[in-house]
Design a protein around this ligand. Structure first.
Ligand code: FPP
Length: 212
């Protein structure tokens, strides 16, 4: 969800205003996913590396996410959405983890869409923690130990704002994912462009390393 900061700066607004507008895009895309019959939608909200931003921005983002979680309970329940948060719990406040646990428990029965927020996540962290548990338990397959266990690998990844990197997102899970890159800043990324990205995805020839 890149480009919130630049969206705000181009309007002479504080960065946090960009994140607030970005939250509106999250809602729009979530609703578009429900309408389109998509079963899993993931949003990379905060990376391990994002702790390196100013305390003001980090605190503002955490507060914004907590507020969104409180405000969206009825929308999630009304749309039959299961809410899941994936990432390290280290460094998150108890108030935030309590809100997360509460929302996850209340929406656990959601069947239409699983909405996953990656929070304090990095792909290398995930592989490292999975490998440590795999070694400790003597298993042979890493997948059941990944934080995403039970969730299918993504079919499509969309990255906004002209950035063309993975930036330590789901390094293992993106192995055969199709990528769509757009110059649009996240706060401006809404339903119409999302549907266009789905069209683009539908035209891709997925061979998974095989011939046809
Ligand atoms: C990246 O843009 C965006 C973030 C680091 C934060 C994304 C989080 C939200 C939109 C809030 C999500 C809320 C919920 C409920 C999931 P950037 O700040 O790197 O922008 P820039 O590249 O223009 O500086």
């Amino acid at each position: 969800m890149d480009g919130n900061g630049r969206w705000a700066a181009s309007r002479g607004l504080p960065r946090l205003r960009g994140h607030m507008e970005g939250t509106e895009s999250v809602r729009a895309i979530m609703e578009a996913c429900v309408e389109a019959g998509i079963e899993y939608a993931s949003f990379f909200a905060f990376s391990e590396e994002n702790w390196g931003r100013s305390a003001e921005e980090v605190e503002g983002l955490m507060k914004l996410m907590m507020k969104a979680m409180k405000d969206e309970l009825n929308t999630l329940l009304g749309n039959d959405i299961r809410f899941v948060v994936i990432g390290s719990r280290e460094r998150l406040s108890k108030e935030l983890t309590d809100s997360i646990d509460d929302l996850m428990a209340k929406t656990a029965g959601g069947r239409r869409l699983t909405m996953i927020i990656f929070l304090n996540y990095s792909g290398k962290w995930d592989i490292r923690q999975a490998a440590a548990r795999l070694a400790a338990e003597g298993g042979t397959d890493i997948e059941p130990y990944l934080a995403t266990a039970g969730i299918p690998d993504p079919d499509l990844m969309i990255r906004t704002s002209g950035e063309k990197r993975i930036s330590n997102y789901m390094l293992w899970q993106l192995a055969y994912t199709e990528f769509v890159f757009t110059d649009t800043l996240w706060p401006d990324f809404r339903k119409q462009e999302f549907l266009a990205a789905l069209e683009e995805f539908a035209s891709r020839d997925r061979r998974y390393g095989k011939t046809k």
